[in-house]
Design a protein around this ligand. Sequence first.
Ligand SMILES: NC(=O)c1ccc[n+]([C@@H]2O[C@H](COP(=O)([O-])OP(=O)(O)OC[C@H]3O[C@@H](n4cnc5c(N)ncnc54)[C@H](O)[C@@H]3O)[C@@H](O)[C@H]2O)c1
Length: 367
Amino acid sequence: MTSDVLSSKELSKIDPVFGQLSFDNHEQIVFCNDKDTGLKAIIGIHNTVLGPALGGTRMWNYNNEWEALNDVLRLSRGMTFKSAITGLNLGGGKAVIIGDAKTQKTPELMRKFGEFVHSLSGKYITAEDVGMTTEDMDTVREVTPYVTGISESKGGAGNPSPITAYGVFMGMKAAAQFKYGSDVLEDKTIFVQGIGHVGEALVEHLTNEGAKVTIADINQERLEEVRSKYDVTIYGGQDIYSERMDIYAPCALGATINDDTIYKLNADIIAGAANNQLADEVKHGKLLKDRNILYAPDFLINAGGIINVYAELENYDRQEIMRKTENIFNTTLEILDRAKANDVTTNSAALSIAKERIETRKREQGK
Ligand SMILES: NC(=O)c1ccc[n+]([C@@H]2O[C@H](COP(=O)([O-])OP(=O)(O)OC[C@H]3O[C@@H](n4cnc5c(N)ncnc54)[C@H](O)[C@@H]3O)[C@@H](O)[C@H]2O)c1
């Protein structure tokens, strides 16, 4: 509760929503509450110029509501630029459900959440994110058509994570091509942090190519499970950020590149699936550039998932999904070249292309 974090005197100094640091002219923020199911959720709709705001739902045990709000604001903004740069006619949105997905997620809660999504009449379309499964989306589908990422058996495109991982793999290869002059990852030392749905699928691509992969996760069981399947090493040290590596692949939560980690990082390339990897995209983007660490922008290379769920709306097939996702290689190289030519950070080069597309559409719409 707010009162646990701030005294009423302090509270008056902070505007709770529009005054948040992560607020970036979001169009709509919806707070959802249901006493019976215990649902507490926030839906963030950042921008709908290019189309309905599509983005997954994350269920996470946030320490407080500020954290949840901050997360949904950052994530929904990221979706706007992800879809824009990928050339999809979608806006940016995202939802967070406050709670422990392992113990508090019930079909009733998911259906109630679906009713809130439905009340927005398609302005926001949901999908899965951390703490969600394809089956949860099937449950949401019982009460609203405004959901993607549903099972193939129910007419959906299925779990987007393997496609996301393939896109990240393509983006990583493009970054290697740019940095080393070859996209071959064989013998490269790669740390994959977070071996969930996307991380594991990425590990599969990397080990198939002969990369030297080290995995890290807070879940010990997952570590053992993934080690039993692939030729990987489990990270046994104390501080992953101080280790020498060729490529750092953040595939857990965001903001791992921050004031505490950035000066320790000893990698040539950062390329991973996590959303919002840079705690502060301007400051940390610049520091990475100064330190000659090549950052493959997250919203550019982790777009495979959205390409996959977009197929459900546009009715394109698996082949087209793979073609679009493979194209992340070319787009990434273009962005890296552009950043170099203009002497700007890779994040800002990607962002400016995405923003250009939105502005052009706005002009076409006469707005
Ligand atoms: N699933 C998709 O298609 C998709 C698409 C785009 C972006 N992403 C992003 O990729 C990331 C991973 O998504 P996912 O679907 O694999 O989620 P997931 O929940 O399946 O996996 C996340 C993994 O990270 C681990 N983890 C959490 N905190 C950690 C920490 N501090 N250190 C190490 N490991 C930690 C968890 O134990 C878990 O194994 C998320 O940031 C998500 O937003 C996912």
